[in-house]
Design a binder for this molecule. Structure first.
Ligand code: FAD
Length: 390
C-alpha cells in the first residue's frame, strides 16, 4: 500500500547502527521544536542483513587505527552510558581489551602510541604475563600485549532497539520494510522516493551501511562492501572464557592476519572473527550469507592454536558485511554536491563502537551544518578518485 507524500524535517535512509542513533539524537533535539524525523529501513532493524548483528562489538579506548579517534571515543562512551540511563537497558560490558602480537606488531605499537598521546591507562604485558593473567591463552614466548582496562563490548542489536524505541517515544517516525529507491535535491531540501511512497524533507541523512554505493552512487568508488564471518566455539573450560576472566582481544597472528574475539555472551561460546576475513568484495543484494566450511575452518584453526581449551563444538556461524574505504577511515560529511544530504558510511569494520557519537555528529550536521567534534579525518572529498556522478 503506497504511503502518501509528506514533508519531514529530516529523513534518515537506513536505521541500522548509525541511523538508529541519528534518529534518537534528532528526536531528542526536536522534542520541543515540533520538527519531524522519519527513519526508513529496508528491513526490520535490528536484523542480520547488514553490519550490526552477532551479539557483541568491541569497544576500546586505545586506538591503533589513529590516535585522533580517542576524543571521539571518550564522547562515544559517555553517550553509551546516557543510552543505558535513558533506556534502562545494559548495552556496554567492560572486560578490558587486549591487543597482542609478535615483536613489532602494529596492533600493539600503534595502540600504545595512542595511549601515550592521550594519557590512557594501560599495561604492557609479556606472553608469560598474559598467560598468567588469562589462562585461556597459549601464545609464543616472544609475543607481547597491551591491556586497556576501559575496553569491553557493546550489544549491537540491543543498542539499535534501544535507540529506535527511544526515538519513537520522542516522536520520530520509523518505516520498516521500505526501501529508499532514489533521492534528488529539491530547492534547499530533498525529495525521497521509496518503494512505498514519496517524501520531502529539509535534510536527508544516508546511513545505508553496505548499501551506501547504491543509495549514494557518488561514493561507490570509495565504499566497498566486504563479506566477513564469525564463529562461536563451545569452550571445554567455560570458566576461562567468562567476561570477568577474558578481555575482548585483537590478535595479530603475523602472516595470517588480525583476529578478534570475545568472552562468552549471549551464547556459551568463545566468539572469534578475522578482520577482512577473505577480503571478498560483494554486492549486499546478492552476497551469499550462508556460512561456508572454509569460513569455519579459518576461524577454528586460529582458535585451536591459541585457545586450546576454547575450541570445542561449533555453536554458531554467521556472516556480516564491512563497508571499506581505501584508507580505512570513515565517511562522515555533507554530500559534496548537495549539502542538504549528509553521509555516514564507510565504517571499514571498526565503526560500531562509534554509533552513539556518530548519531550526535549526524544530527549536528543535519541541523547546524557543522559539529564541535573533530571529523576532519572523515571528510568526503579526501579521495581524488571520488567520481563526479550520482
Ligand atoms: C563481522 C563484523 C565484526 C565487526 N566488529 C566490530 C567491532 O568489534 N567493533 C566495532 O566498533 N565495529 C565492528 N564492526 C563494524 C560495525 O559493526 C559497523 O561499522 C557498523 O555496524 C556499521 O553500521 P551501519 O549503520 O553503517 O550499517 P547497518 O547497521 O548495516 O545499517 C545500515 C541500514 O541501512 C538499511 N538500508 C540499506 N539500504 C537501504 C535503502 N535503500 N533504504 C532503506 N534502508 C536501507 C539496512 O537495512 C540497514 O539496516 C564489525 C562489523 C562486522 C561485519
Amino acid at each position: 500500500m503506497p504511503r502518501s507524500s509528506s514533508r519531514h524535517d529530516v529523513i534518515i535512509a537506513g536505521a541500522g547502527g548509525m541511523g538508529s542513533a541519528a534518529a534518537f539524537h534528532l528526536a531528542r533535539r526536536f522534542r520541543n521544536g515540533g520538527q519531524r524525523v522519519l527513519a526508513i529501513d529496508a528491513f526490520e532493524p535490528p536484523h542480520e542483513m547488514g553490519s550490526s548483528h552477532g551479539l557483541t562489538r568491541i569497544i576500546r579506548l586505545a586506538y591503533h587505527e589513529d590516535p585522533s579517534y580517542v576524543p571521539l571515543l571518550r564522547r562515544a562512551y559517555e553517550l553509551w552510558r546516557d543510552l543505558e540511563r535513558a533506556s534502562g537497558q545494559r548495552v556496554l560490558t567492560i572486560t578490558g581489551s587486549l591487543e597482542l602480537g609478535p615483536p613489532g606488531s602494529a596492533a600493539v605499537a600503534d595502540a600504545l602510541a595512542s595511549c601515550h598521546e592521550h594519557d590512557i591507562p594501560h599495561d604492557v604485558l609479556s606472553a608469560r604475563e598474559i598467560m598468567a593473567r588469562f589462562p585461556a591463552y597459549r601464545i609464543p614466548d616472544d609475543y607481547a600485549g597491551l591491556l586497556q582496562p576501559d575496553g569491553g563490548f557493546l550489544d549491537p542489536e540491543g543498542c539499535i532497539a534501544a535507540h529506535l524505541k527511544l526515538a519513537q517515544a520522542l516522536g520520530a517516525e520509523l518505516h520498516t520494510g521500505e526501501r529508499v529507491v532514489e533521492w534528488e535535491p529539491q530547492g534547499d531540501g530533498v525529495r525521497v522516493r521509496t518503494d512505498r511512497g514519496e517524501y520531502e524533507a529539509g535534510r536527508l541523512i544516508i546511513t545505508a551501511g553496505a548499501w551506501l554505493p547504491k543509495v549514494a552512487p557518488r561514493f561507490a568508488p570509495v565504499a566497498s562492501p566486504e563479506r566477513n564471518a564469525l564463529a562461536w566455539f563451545r569452550p571445554q573450560r567455560p570458566d576461562l572464557f567468562e567476561p570477568s576472566a577474558f578481555p575482548v582481544f585483537i590478535f595479530d597472528d603475523g602472516d595470517s592476519g588480525w583476529f578478534y574475539g570475545f568472552p562468552m555472551h549471549g551464547l556459551p561460546g568463545l566468539k572469534v572473527g578475522k578482520h577482512h576475513h577473505f577480503r571478498e568484495v560483494v554486492d549486499p543484494d546478492t552476497v551469499d550469507r550462508t556460512p561456508r566450511p572454509q569460513d569455519e575452518a579459518a576461524l577454528r584453526r586460529f582458535a585451536e592454536r591459541y585457545f586450546p581449551e576454547g575450541a570445542g563444538e561449533t555453536l554458531r556461524l554467521a556472516t556480516c558485511l564491512y563497508t571499506n574505504t581505501p584508507d580505512g577511515h570513515f565517511l562522515i560529511d555533507r554530500h559534496p554536491d548537495c549539502p542538504q544530504v549528509i553521509i555516514g558510511g564507510g565504517f571499514s569494520g571498526h565503526g560500531y563502537k562509534f554509533c552513539s557519537l556518530v548519531g550526535e555528529v549526524l544530527a549536528d550536521l543535519a541541523l547546524d551544518g557543522k559539529t564541535r567534534h573533530d571529523i576532519h579525518l572523515f571528510r568526503a572529498g579526501r579521495f581524488s578518485e571520488t567520481s563526479r556522478s550520482g
